[in-house]
Design a protein around this ligand. Structure first.
Ligand SMILES: [Zn+2]
Length: 362
């Protein structure tokens, strides 16, 4: 008798323990680890399910291998159109810290909008469109085994006599396409594709940005590595009409980053601080008139390069979050905090900047 009561108590205790563990597993997601595409997709569903008032998802295209390109739309819902901020991560497959940052960013804003008046204000006036992994096919391939870990490009096959796989999505946009910093050899890591927007992933972003160009105040694309905040343009012969403003906002973001863990980020155009390039997503975004576009290269400076250890995920994301928030708050305040005349002046500046920038296309 005693024995069976004992077994019952042990069994109950085990069930209780099991439930607790199961519940915790369901609730907590480990933001200090790299995650597979399946885990990230499940996480996106979880974010939407747990925050139905402020998170919805939208499919805006398909990858070469027919996966749905899905973004999270985050902010307070409003019947009239809102201004918006775009963020994409994982355009290059091997830059695993980038999707980790998008997830960290979403976790942080969702965790603070109810208590932090500043974030709450952002949710009121802006929508965030966040794509945690843009190059889904390539990302999945980079998880296959050690030989594929450093894959960068998409997974579409070459054309004609060239049989290598993949196009560099960040050379495939319609922004001075094929002029500089690319290769026409489809086996190259910077092959820009047979034509502009040949890749469905680039086409999907192109179409979304085009359809929302009047709404979007800011375009952020997250890469690694190098610790840089890059502003348009990648082509050395053209300059953004708001270059000075972009530099100022970029330098403020670098200061915000440095204040967290002391890391230095360089700020400038790709030709000035990295190398010249063409066909990038952020150049395209600036060309169509989105005023604030930045490419952020996260840690490190080359020691671990694309193989950044997991113990650096959290500090990298913490500092980059402050950098991103520095940019977003600046843009928000510029658009929503001024007097009526300041807001009008800002609108005029943006309009003129868009017009000058459109003229640059020619
Ligand atoms: Zn990259």
């Amino acid at each position: 008798m005693k024995g069976s009561v004992m077994s019952l108590l042990v069994a109950l205790a085990l069930v209780a323990q099991d439930r607790l563990a199961g519940g915790q597993e369901h609730r907590s997601y480990d933001y200090t680890k790299y995650h597979t595409m399946d885990e990230i997709s499940a996480w996106m569903n979880q974010m939407e399910r747990e925050n139905p008032d402020v998170v919805s998802s939208m499919i805006y295209g398909q990858t070469h291998e027919n996966r749905n390109l899905t973004l999270l739309k985050i902010g307070f819902t409003r019947s009239t159109p809102k201004k918006a901020v775009w963020m994409d991560c994982g355009i290059h497959a091997r830059e695993w810290i980038s999707p980790a940052f998008c997830q960290h960013f979403v976790k942080e804003i969702l965790g603070s909008y109810q208590t932090d008046p500043k974030v709450s204000m952002l949710f009121k006036n802006l929508d965030f469109y966040v794509t945690p992994v843009l190059n889904m096919d390539g990302y999945i391939y980079s998880w296959k085994d050690n030989t594929t870990r450093l894959w960068r490009k998409s997974r579409s096959p070459g054309t004609g006599n060239c049989t290598c796989i993949g196009t560099d999505l960040n050379r495939n946009f319609y922004a001075n396409w094929g002029t500089v910093g690319i290769s026409r050899n489809c086996c190259s890591a910077v092959y820009n594709g047979p034509t502009p927007l040949s890749e469905p992933e680039a086409k999907a972003v192109n179409d979304f940005l085009g359809a929302h160009q009047n709404q979007l105040l800011c375009y952020l694309t997250i890469h690694s590595y190098g610790q840089q905040i890059l502003i348009p343009y990648g082509h050395p012969n053209i300059s953004a009409p708001n270059y000075n403003d972009l530099m100022e906002v970029g330098l403020a973001a670098a200061n915000a980053i440095k204040a967290v863990h002391g890391k230095s980020y360089k700020v400038g155009t790709p030709p000035d601080v990295l190398y010249a390039l063409s066909g990038s997503s952020s150049d395209f975004a600036r060309l169509i008139g989105i005023p604030y576009t930045f490419t952020v290269e996260l840690r490190d400076e080359g020691h671990y390069s694309f193989l950044l250890p997991e113990d650096q995920i959290q500090p990298t994301c913490e500092e980059a979050y402050q950098g991103a928030m520095s940019i977003i708050n600046y843009i928000h305040d510029k658009n929503f905090r001024g007097s009526a005349s300041t807001v009008t002046a800002t609108l005029w500046t943006t309009l003129v900047a868009s017009w000058i920038s459109s003229a640059n296309v020619f």
